[in-house]
Design a protein around this ligand. Sequence first.
Ligand code: SAM
Length: 326
Amino acid sequence: MGGGVFGTEEALRRKGSVPSRRGGGGGISNFERDPVSRRFLKTLLREFAFRPSRRLGQNFLCDRRIRDTFVERAAVDGEFVLEIGPGLGALTRRLVEKADSVVGVEKSRHLLAPLKFVLEGQRRFHLIEKDVLALKREEIAGWGEPVVVGNLPYSVTTPILFRFLEEELPWKRLVVTVQEEVGKRILARPGRSTYGALTIAVRLRAEVRKILSIPPSAFYPVPEVRSTVLEITPLERRWRRSGTEEILKKIFSRRRKTFRNAVSGIEGGDAAMEKAGINPTLRPEEIDIERYRRFLGFVLSEGSSWRRRESPGSERAESRIKSAEI
Ligand code: SAM
C-alpha cells in the first residue's frame, strides 16, 4: 500500500485528482472523495499499489455523467440495493445517496482498502467480502428483496444472472451492465441469429429492457467492447422447471435443423411439440417464447422422466453449471 489514508489524500491533491486548496493540501472532504474520474482512479490505484485484473473484469467506471444516468434510471430511491462488485465505489457513491441501504459483495480482497477509503463515513453501506456465486440467501436475509445493481464482471455474467433468475437469491429487479453482445442475445427477437437458448432461458422468467448504452471509454482500463445496461424484472408467473437450460441448449445446438429434428433426441419432445402447436418444419430460432413456454411445460411436467432423473440435492448445482455454459 502507498502512504496510507493521509498519504493518499495528499497524492490525490498533488496530482490534481481533486482541486487544490489555497495554502496547500489538507484532508479530502466527503464530497471530493468521489472516484468517478480517470485521474482520481489512476492515483487511487497507484497509491494502493493495485493492478486491475482482466480475469475479474476489473474495468472501473470513470464517466460521471454516465454513472449518474445509470443510477437515475435504476430508480433505487428508498430501496435495499445489493451491489455486485462495488470495485472502487464509483456506482456505490451515488447509490448510497439514493437508496435506503446498500450491501456490496466484492470478491477481490485487494480492492477492500481503496474501497473503504472512498466510502469512509457512508453509514448506509455494508460490505460482504465474498464471491457472489457463493453468497447465501441467509447472508442478506432480513433486508428484504433487493434491487440488484452492478457493472458485472464479463466472464461470469451468466452464472451471476442465473443465481437470481433461478431464485437461489432473492431479487426485486436487476439493473446490470453486460457486454453489448450478451445484451443483444437476451433481447433478441425470433428469426435473428442472436435469438437462442440464453434469450429464452432469461425471458421465460423476466421482462427485459435496455436502459443505457455505455462506450468503452467510460471505463478504466478501457475494455474492448461496448456495454449495455439492462433492467430485468421478474414475471409474476415465475418459471421453476429444472432441466430448462439443458433442453434449450440441446435444441439450439441444432439450430439449422427443423424443430422436429432438433427435438428428436428429447423424450416426449414430439408429443410436446404437437401439444404446444409448433410447426415442425420451422427452425428452432423461428419459434417464439410463448411456444417454448408451452413446449417446455409439457416436456418438464410433473412426473416426466427429465424431472425424475434429477435428485433434489444435485439440482441447483447442476443447473448453475448449465447456465454458466448457456
Ligand atoms: N462497480 C465498479 C465500477 O462500476 O467501477 C466495478 C465494476 S468491475 C466491471 C467488476 C467488479 O466485480 C470488480 O470490482 C471485481 O473485482 C468484482 N468481481 C469480479 N468477480 C466477482 C465475483 N464473482 N463476486 C463479486 N465480485 C466480483
